[in-house]
Design a protein. Structure first.
Length: 169
């Protein structure tokens, strides 16, 4: 069963984020607190949305997908960025990941989103094979860029009028 996450799912989502981070060998980077997730998902201006996968027999939460809208200047349309897709190891192979992705694809079509995009780690062959089985196009010519921490602060300090409220969203 796939359903929209509720505020009652925040602790479980945080636990699965940490499980995913552990699988991706980066648990020290999974710093989001329950309070931050509650605000991001259910605050006055949500930054992201989540779906929950439950086991049909037990009702246990076995996975989640966390996504947010994005915009393409090339198509002039919104799309979806999937930040996390995770199914707990003991539930893998049960169709939960495919059901989460299919539900997200339905959200895309319902909202007129023209693209559904996400990243996958290059070493994660089982997941890459799963995505390929769904017809996913892997865009090898693009490289993800990230600026955070001190380099982000250093660059921001160079912005003309960085303290100006006119730069705020």
């Amino acid at each position: 069963m796939i359903r929209a996450a509720t505020v009652k799912d925040v602790a479980e989502i945080r636990a699965m984020i940490r499980e995913l981070a552990e699988y991706e060998r980066a648990v020290e980077q999974a710093l989001a607190t329950e309070e931050q997730l509650r605000e991001a998902l259910f605050g006055e201006h949500p930054a992201a949305f989540a779906l929950i996968a439950e086991d049909d027999d037990s009702g246990d939460v076995v996975g989640y997908a966390l996504w947010f809208p994005r915009f393409s200047t090339w198509t002039g349309a919104r799309g979806m960025h999937l930040e996390d897709l995770y199914v707990r190891p003991d539930a893998r192979g049960g169709g939960h990941g495919k059901a989460l992705l299919a539900s997200l694809a339905a959200v895309c079509l319902r909202n007129g989103y023209e693209r559904f995009e996400w990243w996958v780690l290059a070493w994660n062959e089982p997941t890459i094979d799963f995505y390929k089985s769904l017809g996913v196009e892997l865009l090898d010519e693009w490289t993800v860029c990230r600026l955070s921490g001190e380099p982000l602060s250093d660059l921001a300090a160079r912005a003309p009028g960085a303290d100006s409220p006119s730069l705020a969203p």
